[in-house]
Design a protein around this ligand. Sequence first.
Ligand SMILES: [Fe+2]
Ligand SMILES: [Fe+2]
Length: 343
Amino acid sequence: MTKSDEPGSKGKLNIGEVKSLKVEVLSETGWFDNEIIRKNMMDHGGMTTSQYEIPWDPDNAGGYSALITVVSLDDKETRILLDTGWSNEWMNYIFTEKSNVAGMLKNDQIDFMVLSHWHLDHFWGIESTLKHKPDITLYAPYTCYPEDMSLLKGERHLKVRNKAGQEVLICKNDTPHMGKLILCAPEGEENSGIYKLMPGVALKMFDVPIILRVRGENVLYFNIKDKGFVTVTGCGHPGVLSILSFARDNFEEYKAYGCYGGLHIAAFEQWDPKFDELIEEVKSFNMTKMGCNHCTGWIWAEKATTSGLPIIQGTDKYKTYTRHSTSNKGNHVFLTNGDSVVF
Ligand SMILES: [Fe+2]
Ligand SMILES: [Fe+2]
């Protein structure tokens, strides 16, 4: 990847274009009950504790995962699995009964996987992907810990003692990853700052500190012909404004078109007055379609909708799933499980 020498480009990156982009919400319910996950954290050292030291309630584990289909300018389809959820049981249900991701993995119909970040609700369900395709190519943030690597290598059945002295199995993987692993750093390929995954698709690694001793998040950018840029995130921990500003400041002919994923704003559904200001700042990017879910917070998505941001409405498909989030208010401001969006 080289910066363009075209006059007037001011050294910005030209990533090329794609024809269209579809995102299917496999599961955005990282967990089902905010109060339980919050109590698990607070009872065991709080938000800065390592995620591998907390006896998480296994019954509250869900997972975040999305299936991305990119259509190139010459009509070729590329499928990307973004994240692999948390509970293997939940993800097996999602990949086999609520989608055909398992079949697609087995039949080599998914080209590669991108791990947004090493948080439990995005990564610990890795076995549910690897059991169908152990040699999948994986892009992940370089900021991993030995515990992350041993889980990826299929060496880990991690048990943690709870307050009652019982051992809780918090994560396990019996299928070692055998494929290519690309550990992404902020410098990108050839110091360009990004990884160009295919024409029109770029990955940027933001090296930011995140709760539960995690660091760094990979964010995807798609440049849709005649429309503009779409940002796809797992949790969006770097902050929505940093994510959008990166694209504005670094990509040639930038125009914001949309976004999909978690925007980590009101993750625990508590309002902060600064969120009103954030709505106004996001408005200044003039997006056309915003697909929000996961840690964005229903409370923020509701307010953003009434304030005029172009939040895409979800459907009632989630009701056909065996479990739902207790935060789901049924008002469709989230794209939730079973929904999809085309950009
Ligand atoms: Fe998450
Ligand atoms: Fe996260």
